[in-house]
Design a protein around this ligand. Sequence first.
Ligand code: PAF
Length: 284
Amino acid sequence: MKIFEKQSNLIDYISKLKAEGKKIGFVPTMGALHQGHLSLIKQSNAFAENMVTVSSIFVNPTQFNDKKDFEKYPITLDADLEQLMHGNCAIVFLPTVEEIYPKGFENKENVDLGFIGTTLDAAHRPGHFEGVIQVVKILLDIVGPDFLFLGQKDFQQCMVIKKLVEHFNFSTEVIICPTKREESGLAMSSRNMRLTQNERAIAANLYKVMNAIKSDFSSLKPQEWKSKQLEKLQEIPEITTEYLEIVNGATLEPINDWHDAKSAVILIAAKIGQVRLIDNLIIY
Ligand code: PAF
C-alpha cells in the first residue's frame, strides 16, 4: 500500500497508472474507519477490470458547523492504515490541512443545490455541505477518479456530491453503496465510537422506527407515520430527534401521499447523548 502526503506526488503516480490503462476508484473518508468504509474499498476493488483504489483520510475542518464536534471527531490513524492494508487499498492520501488549503479556508465553490441545499442536514448544520463541496472538489481535482464510492448512510451528501460532479463536469461516475449495519440495525458510523455500550443499544431505535414504517408503510399516510414515530422517539429520554422526514427520494421534498413520489425515503437525525447520528431507509 502506497501512502502519499503531497498532492503533487499522488497526481504524478496516478497519471502513470492511468497511462497503463488502470481505472481509478476513490473512497474519500475522514478516518475512524469501520466495516462500512471497508465495504466501499471492497466494492471499488471489484468494480471493474484494472481497478486501483485510492482512499483519502482527511478530517475536513470546513464541514464542521460545530467546533466541539470537530474537536471530538475520532482519530484512529494507525488502526485505519492497518485496516486499509488488509482491505487491499492500493493508495492512501493523507494530506495535512495546509496541503488541502494552502491559501486558507475562504475559497468556497458555488454549486446551486436548490431545495437539497436548504433542507434536512443543510438546515440543521449551516455551512456543512458548503464545506463538503469545498473539500470534495479539491480531492476530485487531485485524484481524478473514474469512479467515486460513497455510502448511502449519507443520503443527502450523496445527492450533494452528485450535483457537484455534474456542476464541474467531472468525468467521474458516482456509485452509491448500501449502508452497513450492526446486528441491532444501527448504521455503522465513525461517530458510533463516541457512544457508550448503553447508548449504542438506544441508538438502534433510529433504525427500528424507520423499519416499522417501511414494513407496513401503506397502512398510514407519510405524515401520520412521521407523527407516530416522532412520539415513539420522544418517549426515549436519551434521544433528541432533530428531524424525521419522509421525502421524495429524488428531491427530498416531504410527501403527503405514497403516490406522490416514485421513490420514498425516510431520513432521520438525532442526538444520542452528545453524539449526533444520521440514518435513512429507502421505502421504495
Ligand atoms: O463522508 C465523509 O466522510 C466526508 O463528508 C467526506 C465525503 C470524506 C468529505 O470530507
